[in-house]
Design a protein around this ligand. Structure first.
Ligand code: ADP
Ligand code: 5GP
Length: 214
């Protein structure tokens, strides 16, 4: 009998600043315990209040980060708001080689680098239901000054032209519904034929017996 072999999926979650990516990922990890593995990024930006080394980011100096680039330790990296951000290679390679799913919450430039590296990666773009809500969420979060919020909104306009490069558009209106939707999408991806090449091959091998008349 066919026993489904499963290849881990690299899921990339990006979207506008303030769309709710961080919130969705946090809820996804706690609602579906032991299902997803989150890649922790390296960054050269300073820790914010409450952030912890190794839980939120691996915090590096610019020099340390540049050394990581030079040593080929990152799958992708970019500069955002004057700071480096990048995905450490070993964790993603380790998790996926065990057939487990990994989630990367990264910005758009990095997401497109990942798609080049892993064409089978699943790219989700998170947006609030409308632009006004985006502004309200940025203001409500209270982590950026009005100037920075204006910059983020202007950037969001530019980024909106990259949305169609993603596989799925996730509209984060009701949070719980959105989290369930993201989970359903990732789970459904398992059944795509291109992710089941081993299973297809196994079935072909079994059927070959009949084709030869054995
Ligand atoms: P991002 O990681 O995309 O920058 P956050 O996860 O920090 O965004 O969310 C931005 C703000 O919006 C936060 O204050 C968060 O609590 C709030 N938020 C996120 N999702 C929702 C939602 N579905 N409904 C209402 N508020 C939300
Ligand atoms: P923040 O400074 O608010 O934590 O993150 C700023 C932006 O950097 C967010 O859009 C976040 O998704 C993105 N980011 C976080 N880690 C990485 C990473 O490893 N690579 C890339 N390309 N972007 C990242």
């Amino acid at each position: 009998m066919l026993k489904r072999k499963y290849q881990g999926i690299v899921t990339v979650i990006s979207g506008f600043s303030g769309a709710g990516k961080g919130t969705i990922v946090k809820h996804l990890l706690s609602k579906y315990e032991n299902t997803y593995n989150l890649s922790i990024s390296a960054t050269s930006r300073a820790p914010r209040t409450g952030e912890e080394e190794g839980r939120d980011y691996f915090f590096k100096t610019r020099e340390e980060f540049e050394q990581m680039i030079e040593d080929g330790e990152l799958l992708e990296y970019t500069q955002f708001n004057g700071n480096y951000y990048g995905t450490p290679k070993p964790y993603v390679m380790d998790v996926t080689s065990q057939g487990r799913d990994v989630i990367l919450e990264i910005e758009i430039d990095g997401a497109l680098q990942i798609k080049k590296l892993f064409p089978e990666a699943l790219l989700l773009f998170v947006t609030p239901p409308d632009a006004r809500t985006l502004k309200e969420r940025l203001v409500g979060r209270g982590t950026e000054s009005p100037d920075v919020i204006e910059q983020r909104l202007a950037l969001a306009y530019d980024q909106s032209f990259e949305m169609d490069k993603y596989d799925y558009l996730i509209i984060n209106d009701d949070l719980e519904e959105c989290v369930s939707q993201v989970h359903r999408i990732i789970q459904s991806e398992r059944y795509r034929c291109f992710r089941n090449t081993d299973n297809i091959k196994d079935m072909q091998d079994e059927l070959r017996i009949f084709a030869k008349g054995d």
